[in-house]
Write a protein that binds this ligand. Sequence first.
Ligand SMILES: C[S@@+](CC[C@H](N)C(=O)[O-])C[C@H]1O[C@@H](n2cnc3c(N)ncnc32)[C@H](O)[C@@H]1O
Length: 287
Amino acid sequence: MAAVKPQDVIDTQRQDWNRVAPAWEKWDDRLDQNMAFVNHRLVAEGRLRAGQRVLDLGSGTGYPALLAAQAVCDSGRVLGLDLAEQMLHAARRKAERVGVSNVRFQTADVTSLPFDDASYDAVLSRFCLMFLPDIPRTMREVVRVLKPGGYFAAAVWSAVERNPFISIPLAVLKTFLTLPPPDPDQPGIFRLAKPGELYGMAQRAGLTGLADDEMTGESYYESAEEYLASLLDMAAPLQPLFAKLSPKQRRDAEAQITEAANRYKQGKGVALPMAIRIVSARKPLPA
Ligand SMILES: C[S@@+](CC[C@H](N)C(=O)[O-])C[C@H]1O[C@@H](n2cnc3c(N)ncnc32)[C@H](O)[C@@H]1O
């Protein structure tokens, strides 16, 4: 398969996430409800302490940057980076709403970090790294900007079959469209799903690996219809595929997705299992 040019990846990512930014802001409460535990895990894996300087790669609408800012207290500082300015507008509005003032958000491509060497105590990232065109390069940048002894902690999606909230629509779309098998070396939702993949990249970049775990959870929705509505609104990587369906195919696909989601009924709503890979590593201290 022909390699996609890195700049094309960046441009598509910027467009995709700017397009869905209003939807991410609209569904923000639901997202927080479903994903807050990941932020807490990242803050713990990053060993955040009061007074530290922390970088968040691909902050989107603000996480984990906002929780990190609370963890480092008023004496610490957090900077969230993202390609998509519209996502960051939402993050800034949220920081103001929740009264967190020691966080800033800046537009940047995290493939190359515009900072001095050894300027951060920790680098965190939630659900961004798998979309980068050159992850090893970014990991070398992470090592460069970390202070000796500083921590890296990232969350990426684990295997597709353990993430029904994404595998359900993908399976349904495949019955209507011929989708080539995902190229394991190209950016995409499951690019870093394999155990050891991101962990190995972190080690090869010069970090000491600490953990490469799968963390499971559930994404809760009041109904299968609510799940479908949030998916159609927010899932930037899937929207171009839905756009290829005819109106009839689209109605049928939506009905099939709702039916499949209803197999995960819990109480009055649905709870779709999620599996997340958590990788943490540390920059060695000088001998
Ligand atoms: C799935 S969203 C995750 C956002 C947020 N961290 C969260 O977990 O809610 C992925 C984010 O990564 C950002 N992103 C993708 N490639 C990037 C790059 N090369 N540099 C900076 N941000 C990037 C996108 O703009 C998007 O906001």
